[in-house]
Design a protein around this ligand. Sequence first.
Ligand SMILES: O=C(O)CCC(=O)C(=O)O
Length: 383
Amino acid sequence: MSALPVNYGSEESAMQAYLAAGEKRAFELGNRGPIRYTADGRIHPDILEAYWRCGFYVFEGVLKPDELADIEADFKNIMDRLPTGPGEPLDHKGRPALAADCKSATLFWSKPLGDPAGGTDFANGRHPVKMFEPTAASDAPQDIVYLILGTLQFSEAALRVYGHPDLLAVAAAVNGDDFVPFNEALFIKEPGLGASVAWHQDGVTHWNSPDWDEGSHGFNFMGQLYGCTAANGVWVVPGSHKLGKADIRSMAAKAGSDRLPDAVPIICKPGDVAMTNRQAVHGSFANTSRDWRVTVNMGFHRRRSVLGVVSTGTLHGGKGAYDEARIQARARLIGYGIDARRQRFPNETPFVYQPHARAGERYEWNESVRPSIHDYNLLDLSI
Ligand SMILES: O=C(O)CCC(=O)C(=O)O
């Protein structure tokens, strides 16, 4: 890890004022609390109202200490197995590096405190504005991994989060009982090194669809291993998920900087899980703070948004048509997640995923299945 402290240089005092004001606004939104149900077992409508109003919600205390310890152990193992640099085949102990044998785009690199995407063509050019890049300490590494995709193949703890009954109940309440996967990721914001993710809206396919609405491009769960703060967390412009394609370039020009005045940070304690609408304008700043952020990211879609889309394979997943067969093949990870979780947390009531129940499909997670999920994210359902 790099020497500390580092800060925002010329922007430091403006940044500190922005972080404090944003945090205050965030706590006034009324979009946080534990996952709650009605007497008849539905996700509480107050949660859904606040999510659809704001475009994000913070579920408090979802991942308990034993589960967080599992995630931390896997995270440390992942970090230990990273290649020594971009494209390098070995890790720092000379072993074949994590993902070195993956066909799918898996590891994403940045310079420390950099903005690898802003103002580039990356991901269909969806990050139009370059973020301020603070100067990293002189002993910082040249390149850091800030994003890992296809994470369920590298972490059984992440696979078990994927099968979490309360999170999957929320997915069903938001996207329908026949909801489908999108992708899974790990966002890593190391203190003094973590890259920014420039302001953007996710989603490429449905902005001009006649039946476009505030839920067309699904949502991401963002589970927090160490919590997240205004300095290292994701920021969201509340309500922007309802307004169609935003002109982010004009928003930043009007603000006179990358500090969008209406945005608020997602603030979480360890074990909280945020849910963020992919259409909301969101992004995160380079992490000059002393706090780690590690986000276990998992996205879900409405089936009708995905079925029939033909992917160009530009970012998540391989090329091809999202037909019933591809959706079924990708959704087996939901079955494996539920079963892996049942084995580790036998006192929980497992989630019943309706498409599997209706089709009579049963999934068992065991060592003989593990090789079959290598590169599973070539089937990601990116829209
Ligand atoms: O975690 C972050 O910093 C960015 C997350 C994000 O942009 C996303 O999940 O779409």
